[in-house]
Design a binder for this molecule. Structure first.
Ligand SMILES: [Zn+2]
Length: 511
């Protein structure tokens, strides 16, 4: 990317970016927001349509109760205040994939407001380090928590889809699929609190994680269930007044949003530094070139002429309904992370990995609780599993060893059936063969273990003879010395001995 390289470091640090994000999330209802048509993805074009979502004259919308419940649940998870009364409004514009000529949305009275998401960001570099350009690795730097405000969460219907390719006459014609028309969405608008492209990335990651936990959306970006637009401007550091913003639309991954923001910030700084003015406009990001391009300027911007939707009553979510929905709210990732740290003694970092999806967190928790020693399960995840996954670049969801497998291995160590050394070997084999732990243990675990009593007795004899002082202490009543002898024997057997058997034989010998 030439722009950021051309712009001097001094120029970039003189300016401060201001970023706000608008995220559209599709709600997982079975039917559309104002009619009973199916919302199923992948149905043949224009098969999930009816007079209501096609905008036929005289057809009347009926609000989907489930869509409201899902929207309220998501807004609660985002720490929003739910407005008892909200109003649907018509957002008027012409587009071929919008048969009604307007979209039903919410405008001045949205469903929910004043929320926030907490993100963890590395602490700012000290001036000295920054000057030296020493950034260090992100995971080694101290984290600080930042609250990013959510202005509003409102309900709206989706528009249809224009298909510009895939048909024999696509070079001269555009096809329209109206299956998506009327699918329920929530729009989540952030405050312009986001200061860097990294913060934007973190905000989106946390947002998606929270929404997934609530179960109101699958947040599938490929299928368009989660879409993001970014507003970005720059201003001289210390200036109160905001600079002119550009909107970057239709970026289809969080990584590309971060890249698009990096490019766009550098571009705006360069425009200002060279004496020009940033124009207010909508821009598109080309991920192949890593650049944003102007799509339309302010002169062509829409004036939506919002007015209250006359065919729908005000939406009332009273205290009773709110309380019912609040009960469906699961424990959220942040709270769960804190609990994993306190209950299982895992690090903040590992808690983050273990709660990356609700299903993984559920699996871990169920396995840990079913095991004889939950902390040992957590320890093994940290000490044996994570490092191996990281070294192989495998996500925890694709781990050959399941959480159940980790729990099974923890129980075997706990009961003394296998040693720590054997566990490590079996984990290595599980990764090599892409098998879960119990399978590998069945095939390899038992035969490797040394349960040859005569060999063990010989080792024990030597160890006891070599440690007369410890033997004396043990016989004087210091029974904890047993652990010392077990350790010595295990070491001498290179971890191959069966610890339970060693224990038995030692007690016999020492007493
Ligand atoms: Zn319909």
């Amino acid at each position: 990317m030439s722009t950021s390289a051309d712009t001097s470091v001094a120029a970039r640090t003189t300016y401060e970016p201001v970023i706000g994000l608008e995220v559209h999330v599709q709600l997982l209802t079975a039917s559309k927001i104002f009619c009973s048509c199916s919302t199923r993805f992948g149905a043949p074009p224009n098969t999930n349509v009816c007079p209501v979502c096609l905008g036929m004259p005289g057809a009347l919308p009926v609000l989907n109760r489930k869509a409201v419940e899902f929207a309220v649940r998501a807004a609660m998870a985002l720490n929003c205040r739910i407005n008892e009364t909200s109003i649907f409004a018509r957002k008027n514009y012409f587009y071929p994939d919008l048969p009604k000529g307007y979209q039903i949305s919410q405008y001045d009275k949205p469903l929910a407001e004043h929320g926030y998401i907490e993100v963890q960001m590395p602490k700012p570099l000290t001036a000295k380090f920054a000057k030296e350009g020493r950034e260090g690795r992100k995971e080694d730097r101290e984290l600080t928590t930042k609250k990013i405000g959510i202005t509003r969460v409102h309900l709206e219907e989706d528009a249809g889809k224009s298909l510009h390719e895939g048909f024999p006459d696509s070079d001269e014609k555009t096809a329209i699929d109206l299956n998506r028309t009327g699918v329920p969405l929530i729009e989540i608008v952030s405050e312009p609190d986001i200061a860097t492209p990294d913060e934007a990335y973190e905000y989106l990651t946390r947002l998606k994680e929270i929404i997934l936990y609530t179960g109101v959306s699958d947040c599938n970006m490929e299928e368009g269930s989660l879409r993001c637009d970014a507003n970005v401007s720059v201003r001289p550091r210390g200036q109160k007044e905001l600079g002119t913003k550009a909107e970057i639309k239709n970026v289809n991954s969080f990584r590309f949003i971060r890249e698009a923001l990096v490019y766009e910030i550098a571009r705006q700084v360069e425009v200002i530094e060279s004496g020009g003015k940033v124009t207010q406009e909508t821009r598109l990001y080309n991920s192949h070139e890593g650049k944003t391009y102007s799509m339309r300027s302010k002169e062509q911007a829409h004036d939506y002429r919002y007015f209250p939707e006359p065919d729908l009553l005000p939406l009332v979510v009273d205290e009773k309904w709110k309380a019912e929905i609040a009960k469906t709210l699961p424990e959220l990732p942040e709270a769960r992370r804190a609990r994993f740290v306190s209950d299982f003694g895992v690090t903040e970092y590992d808690a983050q990995v273990l709660t990356v999806s609700k299903s993984l967190a559920d699996q871990f928790e169920a396995a840990a609780k079913a095991a004889k020693n939950p902390k040992r399960v957590a320890n093994l995840v940290q000490s044996e599993l994570m490092g191996r996954l990281k070294a192989r670049g495998v996500s925890i969801e694709q781990s050959p060893i399941s959480m159940k497998g980790v729990a099974a291995s923890a129980d075997l160590v706990e009961s003394g059936a296998i040693s720590g050394k054997m566990l490590k070997d079996l984990y290595e084999l599980a990764f090599e063969r892409n098998q879960d732990f119990p399978e590998v243990y069945e095939e390899e675990g038992r035969p490797q273990q040394s349960s040859d009593t005569s060999v063990l007795e010989k080792i024990i004899e030597e160890i006891v003879a070599a440690n007369p002082k410890q033997l004396e202490q043990y016989r004087a009543g210091k029974k904890t010395m047993l652990g010392f002898f077990v350790g010595q024997v295990m070491k001498a057997s290179k971890g191959q001995a069966n610890p339970q058997l060693v224990n038995e034989l030692l007690v016999k010998k020492l007493d």
